[in-house]
Ligand binder design. Structure first.
Ligand SMILES: [Mg+2]
Length: 249
């Protein structure tokens, strides 16, 4: 049985209309004097600290704890402002999934597995009133390697539950090939959602456990079942639209 469900944030829970990307770019310009200094970065699925290190390397800025702190301090301030002026939205089905997971008799731990630094994650999710829905998390400030974040999340979930969790007891939900890869790093099933930059077909090529258009027509409870029974159970809700039929890789 699934004992913990871990969500990515950007493109999975919420779409912030590029608020994070703009905050990165403004930090580059205002703190480091480099306009458009982050335009070369590919953000989807990456950790904030990994992105900042790539930015430092590209522009010959020393990768020191002090420079990292300067970047992050400005970034969170600018992120807050950027979110307030962005068109942002919850991804389809997220609110119902969070509600259903909370009500589930199986009571899974609901947490975050995200490349955002913790404060960045909190700012984004508080904007939607969602921060308190998550009991645990691993964040981009814990490690710059996303696969390592999965191990950290697994460890924290185990500590919170007071019992060692296996990767197969954790469901990872994310929108990029890097989310799929990090689920695989701990042997966890992955529900890939095409609500970010990647379509179902592109996600399928990376062999998640399932790839779907979004969470809207899916029954959360079905994804909490024992792995042996999961395959026999139709993952969609009774009225699943064909366009959102989960595709098993
Ligand atoms: Mg994402």
């Amino acid at each position: 049985m699934i004992k913990a469900v871990l969500f990515d944030i950007d493109g999975t829970l919420v779409r912030t209309g590029g608020a994070g990307v703009r905050a990165f770019d403004r930090t580059s310009a205002t703190v480091f004097g480099i306009p458009n200094g982050t335009s070369h970065l590919r953000f989807a699925g990456r950790t904030d600290t990994g992105l900042i290190r790539e930015f430092f390397q590209r522009h010959g800025i020393q990768d020191t704890a002090e420079n990292l702190e300067r970047f992050l301090n400005a970034y969170v301030h600018l992120l807050d402002h950027s979110l307030a002026t962005s068109t942002s939205e919850l991804c389809p089905g997220v609110d119902r999934w969070l509600c259903d997971l909370k009500k589930s008799r199986k009571s899974p731990l609901v947490g975050l597995l995200t490349g955002n630094i913790r404060l960045g994650a909190e700012i984004k999710l508080r904007h939607f009133g969602l921060w308190d829905a998550f009991a645990v998390g691993a964040f981009g400030c814990d490690h710059s390697d996303r696969n390592k974040l999965a191990e950290i999340a697994l460890r924290r979930c185990s500590q919170l539950l007071g019992t060692p969790l296996q990767g197969r007891e954790v469901l990872v939900i994310g929108d990029t090939p890097l989310d799929i890869e990090c689920a695989r790093a701990i042997g966890a099933p992955c529900l890939a959602v095409a609500t970010g930059d990647y379509g179902v077909g592109q996600l399928m090529r990376h062999q998640p456990t399932w790839a779907v258009e979004n969470l809207e027509t899916l029954d959360a409870e079905t994804y909490l079942k024992e792995p042996s029974t999961r395959r026999k159970t139709p993952p969609g809700r009774p009225k699943t639209r064909s366009s959102n039929s989960p595709k098993k890789s």
